[in-house]
Design a protein around this ligand. Structure first.
Ligand code: SAH
Ligand code: SF4
Length: 364
């Protein structure tokens, strides 16, 4: 049955929710390999064997939100808070440009005050001007008003990542405080689309109580809203959070299971959505050192090497076991590109690597 579904996918036929659930539920090793191979085949035919780098700048761990799973949530008093200034962010972006990364991602906890909004606006403009618009600028700065998204877009940002986290309303309500709303997230995603961004969203997989059916619906949601990019990753408990307190740290077996679920989600998302960009989340590497390369082999085509200065890395821990916190950006570049060549792929140096899906949709 699994092989029939995979053949159907190769013939570009639509899969039903039941078929998607069946793929996500695979446990047999041969069937798993067949799933990954099909996803890779579809990736190759739609987006090629090129991995694009997005240098990740984690510019602040200040956050007004209190998501129950996240290590930098507002109520975590054990975090030493930091905020990079404009100059520091600019320098890291320029490093990415000079390292031929093609794009950068500016990410932080959420802030909605004017001082922050205008600082981001200025720095995006500065990066855009200094790199003659050649360096792709992705923002991942949470929920904002449409007007703010527009200001940042006008300054030169052109992609935005905002995960929906889960599309199951009951689960969403369980992992967030009452004043965090899924409807607001959906409205933000719609506003981003209206404002002209390439829009990315995604979910966490392996949340307590989450079912394969939930995950299948998540994938269909991504398709429904016609997303350009997906960034999703395994949920990893953080010991200083309400959700992390409830469970002990993952055992090796649980890590392996979480990694496999992450890889299956990437593979099935590639099979169903085909021409989008899919990031191999850093959280995969927290579960196994080569987790991100395995993500590429299962259908992902984007990697986000960390550019954050080594001293600040331990302060931006969304989950436990964050990898490479004692390394610097140059080490990440060398070590990652070698590993990518090792799996037979090229790195798209100096290319912005816009999503094929986005390029097709603006042509229409
Ligand atoms: N504040 C912004 C960007 C930083 S958080 C925002 O929330 O969009 C980026 C992502 O980290 C979140 O979307 C969430 O999916 C992920 N994340 C947070 N805590 C995590 C955890 N414990 N395990 C795995 N991913 C986590
Ligand atoms: Fe803040 Fe994002 Fe963490 Fe939620 S997930 S607490 S918004 S940094």
């Amino acid at each position: 049955m699994v092989l029939n579904i995979l053949d159907k996918a190769k013939r570009k036929e639509e899969l039903s929710i039941e078929e998607i659930v069946e793929l996500l539920s695979i446990t047999d090793a041969d069937e798993l390999n067949a799933l990954y191979d099909t996803a890779y085949f579809i990736k190759e035919s739609y987006v090629g064997k090129v991995a694009y780098f997005r240098g990740l700048i984690e510019c602040s761990n200040l956050c007004i939100k209190d998501c129950y799973y996240c290590g930098i949530r507002r109520s975590n008093k054990n975090v030493e808070r930091f905020q990079m200034d404009e100059e520091e962010i600019f320098k890291e972006a320029l490093w990415a440009y000079e390292a031929e990364y093609g794009s950068c991602v500016i990410q932080s906890g959420e802030r909605q005050d004017e001082a922050y909004i205008s600082m981001i606006e200025r720095v995006v403009k500065r990066i855009s001007e200094a790199t003659k618009g050649e360096l792709g600028i992705t923002l991942s700065l949470g929920e904002q008003t449409e007007e703010v998204y527009k200001r940042w877009r006008d300054a030169g940002a052109h992609r935005y990542l905002l995960r929906i986290e889960t599309t199951n309303p009951k689960l969403f309500a369980k992992i967030h405080p009452e004043d965090h709303s899924m409807e607001v997230r959906k409205e933000c995603l719609a506003a981003l689309r209206r404002t002209g961004y390439q829009v990315g969203t995604g979910v966490m997989m392996g949340l307590p109580g989450q079912t394969m059916e939930d995950l299948a619906k998540d994938i269909l949601f991504l398709k429904d809203i016609d997303i350009d990019m997906v960034g999703m990753g395994p949920y990893i408990p953080h010991s200083d959070t309400p959700m992390g307190l409830e469970v002990p740290a993952y055992t090796d077996k649980q890590k392996k299971q979480a990694l496999t679920l992450g890889l299956k989600m990437i593979a099935v998302t590639r099979i169903v959505l085909r021409d989008i960009n899919i990031a191999a989340a850093t959280a995969l590497q927290a579960l196994e050192y080569t987790g991100r390369e395995q993500g590429l082999k299962c259908g992902a085509n984007v990697i986000m090497p960390n550019l954050t200065v080594t001293e600040l890395r331990p302060k931006y821990q969304l989950y436990n076991d964050k990898p490479c916190i004692d390394e610097n950006s140059a080490m990440c570049r060398g070590c990652l590109s070698g590993r990518i060549k090792g799996i037979g792929e090229e790195v798209g140096f100096n290319e912005r690597g816009d999503s094929q899906h986005y390029q097709n949709r603006i042509k229409d």
